[in-house]
Design a protein around this ligand. Structure first.
Ligand code: NDP
Length: 328
């Protein structure tokens, strides 16, 4: 018997349990590539899975973790050979397929992206799904014609993972970034990432008017609910908002007024099933457009043994930037 360390979620009649334990190789799921996982990361969705707060996990037992970076150990897939450095985001990892908080993963070769040449596995996981989603959102704004000359853009949940990377990316690309946060004490951190202005989260949590004073050309929202509805109502004529998160709620209590009176667009962002060409483009852009020094300012590093506790912290909104998990 050959085993490896993993964070395993089980479910019994008493409820969900999660622990760091030994996992047997023979219980790995089908896949044509075996990866030695070196680094992973903690995303909001990982927090939901670890705490059981939302039904993210749809197969038990499950190894948690939606993101991995590592080295191919064995492969029967034509694109991959032992020694290749790879990144995997989503595709049901940690939800329907055994996930990333483990020393080993067996996955489908078609899910893998080659680690960008100038990036380490640790840097890729400092970015993780949160950062790659921020990049997808930036690309969506660009496709909608929201260039820096159109005016300022807002990022909500700015101190979080998606938010931090979005602020850094947009600032580097020349946008004037308004960062919305519920943690005013993080103002210096957000300015360091490139935010031009900080606003209080509560400016976007009041009653939603169909349309309100025009404040920004676009935005990236990781909060949802009233925040997204207010953000849309304050978007300038012809603007666009990329919606990728629900940290504040899954509802959208607004009106169609911004769409039909101001031609505002709502752009949906999904990282999990995102088609491969768009993923590859996002990772190319992250390699080029995200300053490595900014990544360093965003991260804290933990080991596998600390992941379960950190899962509760991210759901409580207490994590700043990105948590990277050293599996190695
Ligand atoms: P984080 O917890 O790191 O960031 C979320 C941030 O939102 C917090 O840091 C906080 O920022 C703010 N926030 C938290 N709770 C509330 C609240 N009740 N009301 C208003 N603001 C709140 O999570 P991630 O950045 O990893 O993920 C952000 C969201 O994006 C999550 O909902 C996640 O599920 C989603 N997501 C979606 C993806 C997709 O494919 N569509 C991929 C990745 C993430 P502050 O303190 O600065 O206000």
């Amino acid at each position: 018997m050959s085993t490896f360390k993993a964070i395993v979620i089980t479910k019994t009649e008493a409820g969900q349990a999660v622990r760091l334990t030994d996992f047997d190789d023979k219980d790995l799921m089908e896949g044509d590539v075996t990866v030695r996982v070196e680094w992973s990361t903690l995303n909001y969705k990982d927090g939901l899975a670890l705490t059981g707060k939302s039904p993210v996990v749809r197969r038990f037992p499950m190894i948690a973790g939606i993101d991995l970076a590592g080295t191919v150990e064995a492969s029967t897939h034509p694109a991959w050979k032992p020694g290749d450095k790879v990144v995997l985001n989503g595709w049901g990892l940690g939800e329907t397929h055994l996930g990333a908080y483990a020393q080993k993963a067996r996955v489908k070769g078609e899910w893998l992206v080659r680690l960008p040449q100038s990036m380490s596995a640790r840097e890729a996981m400092a970015i993780g799904t949160a950062g790659y989603t921020a990049m997808l959102a930036v690309m969506a704004l660009e496709r909608a014609g929201i260039v820096p000359a159109r005016g300022p853009v807002i990022v909500t949940g700015a101190s979080g993972g998606v938010g931090s990377v979005a602020v850094a990316l947009l600032a580097k690309l020349g946008y004037s970034v308004i960062a919305s946060t519920g943690r005013p004490e993080e103002a210096a951190y957000l300015k360091g990432l490139g935010a031009a202005e900080i606003i209080e989260r509560t400016e976007l949590t009041g009653p939603v008017r169909p349309i309100a004073k025009e404040r920004w050309a676009g935005g990236i929202d990781s909060v949802g609910s009233t925040t997204l509805a207010n953000l849309l109502s304050m978007t300038r004529y012809g603007g666009a908002v990329a919606a990728c998160g629900l940290a504040g709620g899954i509802d959208l209590p607004g009106s169609v007024a911004p769409f039909i009176l101001r031609g505002v667009s709502l752009l949906g962002i999904d990282s999990v099933m995102c088609p491969m060409p768009l993923r590859q483009e996002a990772w190319r852009r992250l390699e080029r457009d995200l300053e490595r020094g900014k990544i360093a300012a965003m991260i804290s590093v933990i080991g596998l043994a600390e992941v379960i506790e950190a899962g509760a912290r991210i759901i409580a909104g207490k994590v700043r930037g990105r948590i990277v998990v050293n599996i190695g």
